[in-house]
Design a protein around this ligand. Sequence first.
Ligand code: AMP
Ligand code: ZN
Length: 122
Amino acid sequence: MPGEPGRRDAGCIFCKIAGGEIPTAPVSRSARVIAIEDFNPQAPTHLLVLPVEHYPTLGDLSDAGDATLLGELFDTATQLGRERGGSGGFRIVINTGTQGGQTVGHLHLHVLTGRPMTWPPG
Ligand code: AMP
Ligand code: ZN
């Protein structure tokens, strides 16, 4: 299913996944939010929850003022974390910008569970 018209970056790998150009079996999908398996998992469960539309960073979505989309992203990540993590819990991470460790410039939430997490992160 193609993404909503609007925000899209032709060179963006996650836009290609969300738009179906790169075939991917999503873990879950709604009209505006898709969850996929991370291809380099850092925990037994490592999912990525992303908007179908292209927002480069968390700040860009905040600037756009779409609190409904922000809420759906967090709800989706939380529900998947609960489903996969059970009573053991889970971690949600949003790397933002270079100093924040972001490597793919399309907003995404990491959902990690299945092993004990440490703090502080690297
Ligand atoms: P970040 O460093 O927070 O931007 O996270 C980017 C994440 O996307 C990394 O954990 C990568 O392993 C993951 N990733 C990059 N390309 C793909 C892809 N084509 N399919 C699934 N996961 C990907
Ligand atoms: Zn994108």
